[in-house]
Design a protein around this ligand. Structure first.
Ligand code: DLL
Length: 439
């Protein structure tokens, strides 16, 4: 396999050098936040933390956490560290309730962000010979413009297709010879469905690389996507608050997502005790400190995403720490009959089942003070609906498999093909009827 780098010296730097950069930047950041964001001045005063207190990297533990609620409470510009006229771009992530989370970028921030995305796309194998179709939604979401700039900077031919209008996407993909598809895993799955309806197979396309991200994708789902489209898929992680995509991404060896450690310090904490885990290779909540952002710096931001860290150098030669794929969020863990359930566990089972489409929904209801799950899955072929005994068998098999893995009873509902709503962005897998909200 050919390993390419975008900023080789940085990406393969010795650990001691990475840590020296991080420490120097962290001290500066504490001063910067203190002097430019009243919210941080108060927080750091209350915690009695000054830059002088940061003597080694582990002293980061003295700095208080920042949460999504802090960002909301300071809506819209309260956490910005520069005057508005230095902000050249705004993005926002939509929350399920209330106001969006608004983030800003200076010209330097956009420039840095672009390099970070260039790093992940090059590490995944993209080159200037690629025709890259960006099928993330353009707009306040960071995914589309982030990938767009990063791919353009490496010299790829970028098609800003945006999401939706799926038949046109397929036409463009075929006619323009798209080699690299950029989308959420769930939208690419939907695109495959539409392509099939249009009578196309993978041979109609020149696709070779899928730069997917922005939502969880189990290994089973990845296999399915690779098989369906005939491409090589990498997973890419980021969040608006931290810049957007470019925070971390898989290289061609796909053994974790390399975090751009010269610009972020990751930590793994216990969401319960809020202590940093002694062993970061254990799973816990990811916390990030942004080291280089000017407009919207964040100190120890709690992401609620569950992961772990691997500091061993990778086969690709990169030395930056790798985070495990995010398959769960601290707040999407469901507690059903006393058992912790992550939707990804159910996805892994469903995706491998015959006659079942990889589209599913988990409906959570409360009865007699107990939460229960209904797993709604689609059949791939409606003719099965006429064969009662086969249906019953299929239902039983799914039920048993889930029971074996999770140890709880779930209700299985088999649905007509294509009856679960498709989205062009992140899929809505959980319908929480406990308080009638969809997350
Ligand atoms: O989703 C940024 C992004 C765009 C990343 C395109 C990669 C590609 P937000 O909309 O703010 O930002 O959502 C951030 O999405 O906290 C995770 O819960 C989830 N997420 C993002 N990437 C992944 C991934 C963008 N690769 C939230 N795997 C995060 C699992 C992901 N979850």
């Amino acid at each position: 396999m050919i390993v390419n780098y975008w900023q080789k010296d940085i990406e393969t730097m010795k650990r001691a050098d990475i840590e020296a950069i991080q420490l120097a930047k962290l001290k500066k950041l504490v001063d910067y936040c203190y002097n430019n964001v009243p919210f941080y001045k108060k927080k750091l005063d209350d915690a009695k933390v000054t830059a002088d207190k940061i003597k080694e990297l582990s002293d980061i533990k003295y700095i208080p956490y920042t949460t999504k609620e802090d960002i909301r409470d300071n809506y819209p510009y309260g956490l910005f560290a520069v005057p508005r006229n230095k902000v050249v771009r705004i993005h926002a992530s939509s929350g399920t309730t209330g106001k969006p989370t608004v983030v800003g970028y200076t010209a330097n921030d956009v420039n840095l962000w672009t390099d970070l995305v260039s790093r992940i796309v090059v590490s995944a194998g993209a080159t200037q010979d690629d025709v890259a179709q960006v099928s993330f939604g353009y707009g306040l979401f960071t995914g589309a413009l982030g990938l767009h700039y990063g791919l353009e900077r490496i010299g790829a031919t970028v098609i800003p297709a945006s999401s939706g209008n799926t038949e046109k996407q397929i036409m463009l993909m075929e006619d323009l010879g798209t080699t690299t598809l950029i989308s959420t895993p769930s939208y690419s799955l939907y695109m495959a469905e539409v392509a099939k309806e249009m009578g196309k197979t993978k041979d109609n396309f020149k696709l070779r690389l899928g730069l997917f991200g922005s939502e969880g994708c189990t290994e089973e789902m990845r296999d399915k996507l690779e098989e369906t489209w005939g491409l090589f898929v990498t997973d890419n992680y980021g969040m608006s608050e931290l810049t957007g995509p470019g925070v971390s991404g898989e290289c061609i060896y796909r053994c974790g997502l390399h975090i751009a450690e010269d610009h972020y310090i990751p930590e793994i904490i216990s969401s319960k005790t809020l202590d940093v885990l002694d062993d970061p290779s254990q799973e816990g909540e990811l916390v990030f400190t942004t080291l280089s952002k000017e407009a919207f710096p964040l100190l120890r931001y709690r992401t609620k995403d569950i992961s772990s860290l691997d500091y061993e150098p990778c086969k690709c030669g990169r030395t930056h720490v790798r985070m495990k794929k995010v398959t769960a969020r601290a707040d999407d863990m469901l507690k059903i009959k006393g058992v912790n359930v992550f939707p990804s566990q159910i996805e892994s089972i469903l995706v491998k089942m015959p006659h079942i489409s990889p589209n599913y929904q988990l409906v959570i209801t409360t009865k007699n003070y107990m939460d229960s799950i209904e797993v709604r899955v689609e059949l791939t072929d409606s003719s099965l609906l006429e064969k009662y005994s086969e249906l019953e068998n299929l239902e039983k098999t799914i039920y048993n498999k889930i029971k074996t893995v999770l140890g709880i009873d779930v209700k299985i509902t088999l649905l007509q093909p294509k009856s679960i709503e498709r989205t062009a962005g992140k899929a809505k897998r959980i319908v929480d009827m406990r308080d009638k909200k969809t997350i």
